[in-house]
Design a protein around this ligand. Structure first.
Ligand SMILES: CCOC(=O)CCc1ccc(S(N)(=O)=O)cc1
Ligand SMILES: [Zn+2]
Length: 261
């Protein structure tokens, strides 16, 4: 596996080639979740998700992934409960994926990669005035991670997939005004949670990760649609947007808790 990991790094987008480390980082992400080492915490609450689909704004290609962004000027789309002390506001969601189905997720479970991983990014608007400030605080962000596995076509995802050709190049954007991201979250309530970081710059250690145990199913055509996006702007030499995931980071002095026995 380590040889593949090394090779995989070589194939990675420049940003991730040298696994960018934060000097003195003690809670970096992503990590491998060793199921048997996770600790059941009976005090973890169910995660409560309430999104207003009309807060959806647009889809854009930022050169790392494609992001679906939301109006976070009010508390219309929030999560609360789970491991969280406050409610957190939905800002955006995006994905990470591989060139082939053997890898692509950022987190792994018992060292198994999934072909892709969804991140729903929320910020603590109770304690901080803006997303940008929350990014710098230890309890500033909460990201729900959902694994994607190869299987049946996902009808909710298809509306997103149909819009991707319009954001093929870096820095392109398309209006996307009604979408309910809860259709991308498994109904099974089980999750793992741990204290971590952003997996792209600024890599700040500000994320409470909530990783759903159950994956969602998507089909090959839908994964291929992700892979036809480009890291590059219109007019530049085309570089397919694939393998946009950060290498695994050391667990260090952390425990992964589970909401389930
Ligand atoms: C204020 C500038 O900071 C940002 O924009 C951070 C954006 C950002 C949000 C989420 C993630 S992830 N992959 O860890 O879910 C990485 C980067
Ligand atoms: Zn991400």
């Amino acid at each position: 596996a380590c040889s593949r990991t090394k090779n995989r790094n070589a194939a990675l987008h420049p940003l991730w080639q040298s696994p960018l480390t934060i000097p003195g980082g003690t809670r970096q992400s992503p990590i491998n979740i060793q199921w048997r080492d996770s600790v059941y915490d009976p005090f973890l609450k169910p995660l409560k998700i309430s999104y207003d689909p009309t807060t959806c704004l647009h889809i854009w290609n930022n050169g790392y992934s494609f992001l679906v962004e939301f109006d976070d000027s009010t508390d219309r789309s929030i999560i609360v409960g789970g491991p969280l002390e406050n409610q957190y506001r939905l800002k955006q969601f995006h994905f990470h994926w591989g060139a082939i189905n053997d890898w692509g997720s950022e987190h792994t479970v018992d060292s198994k990669f999934y072909p892709a991983e969804l991140h729903l990014v929320h910020w603590n608007a109770v304690e901080y005035p803006s997303f940008e400030e929350a990014v710098m605080e230890g309890n500033g962000l909460a990201v729900i991670g959902v694994f994607l596995k190869l299987g049946a076509r996902h009808e909710g995802l298809q509306t997103l997939v149909d819009a991707l050709p319009a954001v093929r190049h870096k820095d392109t954007v398309i209006e996307f005004d009604v979408f309910d991201p809860s259709c991308l979250i498994p109904s099974c309530p089980d999750y793992w949670t741990y204290a971590g970081s952003l997996t792209t710059p600024p890599l700040t250690e500000s994320v409470t990760w909530i990783i759903k145990k159950k994956p969602i199913e998507v089909d090959e055509d839908q994964l291929e649609a992700f892979r036809m996006l480009l890291f590059t702007s219109d007019g530049e030499e085309e570089k397919r947007m694939v393998d946009n995931f950060r290498p695994l980071q050391p667990l260090m002095n952390r425990t992964v808790r589970s909401s389930f026995r």
